[in-house]
Design a protein around this ligand. Structure first.
Ligand SMILES: Cc1cc2nc3c(=O)[nH]c(=O)nc-3n(C[C@H](O)[C@H](O)[C@H](O)COP(=O)(O)O)c2cc1C
Length: 415
């Protein structure tokens, strides 16, 4: 970020024209960066309304914001509104986005618990638009389990969290907690409001998702706990970023993502055939499905009647990903490793055995709350030796972050 409040995004002025953004500024030392943010948003054409907490006014003056935004700056809940459309309910109703940057531990705690004791926290409950929160605080505060739980809670309610950066903090300590770069925040605002990025335009991506069902008789089958949410999120985000996406889906209740070609399959054998016959011209395969590892050796024609015992014999199923790995060519291959133990060892083993570029590992042991959940905590292992551990995020955020990683590390091979 430059030292002045002049935006350096002059090249993309106007992208936010017609968008009304409430910029919440709270009492963190990074509040001075909100001036740059307000200026950048205005230069992108947004109608920016700054709502400051009382504590924030100790760190930066209201006059800075009204002179940058040309709108009144609101602080007190009981201040007389200067215009009828900027009360604690009318402004949130008309807003396209609420962005809180910097967000203190305090506002995060209030929002996670439905507390509305000042103008900003009241508006946060009243808005219907997307909410982006950019936390910034001392590292010990940010890693405090109470703050971690509050941030998680907000994620579960689909609030978008822009993770703070690691580096030198205002308190002199080194660690995670520094407000994300304001230019990164502006780009995220653009993505949310105008679906900004088309960085996968022209790429053909195949995504597999969900479980498979392996019949053992006409009424019973063997399956697993995969919900398909992770794969559907990847398909959805990749399509919104311009990719031509084919989603090979096992049985799920999820709605088909918009703009995605969906191929529904039931068994691992069907999934195998659907994948292998569609590989031509595919640039990238993301294998997020959980196809069965074993299939019943025999499928009974008639329903098996209740008895004392039924011993099932299972055969090894087709290994779809391994087969794709053998035909890899120039494709980028991303796999998932859901493990209950020895996660790193098994993930790295799968990475090399299946000829993958990237493997996304997660812990699915009892209590890990992955299957069916909207959030996931994953670690990436790349063929270039990288190990990247991410905090718990919504599955949509994980999807976006995986696509970012591929773009930053393997895009040249894709193009
Ligand atoms: C100089 C100063 C800097 C502060 N910086 C931060 C910060 O970066 N992040 C944070 O969560 N709290 C910070 N605090 C503490 C908050 O100001 C405090 O928790 C306050 O209650 C937040 O209120 P608000 O969320 O209503 O603005 C700071 C306090 C002071 C005095």
């Amino acid at each position: 970020m430059p030292n002045t409040v002049e935006s350096k995004n002059n090249g993309c002025k106007g992208t936010l024209r017609g968008k009304r953004i409430i910029l919440g500024v709270t009492g963190g030392i990074a509040a001075y960066k909100s001036a740059y943010l307000a200026s950048a948003l205005v230069q992108h054409g947004a109608d920016v309304h700054v709502v400051m907490t009382e504590h924030a006014t100790n760190l930066i003056g209201k006059a800075t914001f009204w002179s940058l935004t040309k709108n009144p700056v609101i602080t007190g809940l009981f201040e007389q509104p200067t215009k009828p459309d900027i009360t604690h309910v009318s402004l949130p109703e008309s807003a396209d986005l609420l962005l809180i940057a910097p967000a203190t531990a305090d506002i995060i705690g209030k929002m996670a618990n439905g507390i509305a004791d000042d103008m900003l926290s009241t508006m946060a409950l009243a808005v219907r638009c997307p909410v982006i929160i950019a936390p910034a605080m001392n590292m010990n505060m940010y890693t405090n389990p109470i703050v971690v739980a509050n941030v998680d809670r907000l994620r579960q309610y689909e609030y978008i969290i822009i993770e703070p950066e690691t580096g030198m903090l205002a308190c002199g300590a080194e660690g995670m907690g520094r407000l994300a770069d304001p230019d990164v925040i502006v780009r995220r605002v653009e993505e949310v409001l105008i679906g900004g990025r088309r960085d996968y335009s022209g790429f053909n991506i195949m995504v597999t998702a969900g479980p498979t069902q392996e019949p053992i008789d006409p009424v019973r089958f063997i399956t697993n706990r995969s919900s398909g949410k992770m794969g559907y999120a990847i398909a959805d985000i990749a399509a919104s970023r311009g990719a031509n996406v084919t989603l090979i889906s096992g049985p799920t209740d999820l709605p088909a993502p918009e703009g995605v070609e969906i191929v529904k399959v039931t068994t691992v054998h069907e999934m195998h055939d659907a994948v292998i016959t569609r590989l031509e011209n595919v640039n990238m395969v993301v294998s997020a499905a959980a196809p069965a590892d074993f299939t019943p050796a025999q499928v009974r024609d008639q329903k098996v009647k209740k008895s004392e015992k039924w011993t099932l014999e299972l055969d090894k199923a087709d290994d779809i990903l391994e087969e794709v790995g053998q035909r890899k060519g120039n494709m980028i291959l991303v796999g998932f490793a859901a493990e209950t133990e020895n996660i790193e060892k098994y993930a790295k083993g799968k990475l090399s055995k299946k000829n993958l570029d990237l493997i996304v590992a997660n812990d699915v042991s009892p209590g890990s709350d992955v299957f069916g959940s909207d959030t996931n905590q994953v670690t990436l292992y790349s063929r270039n030796g990288d190990k990247v551990e991410w905090p718990r995020m919504s599955k949509r955020e994980v999807a976006g972050a995986i696509l970012d990683y591929v773009k930053n590390h393997f895009m040249e091979e894709l193009s």
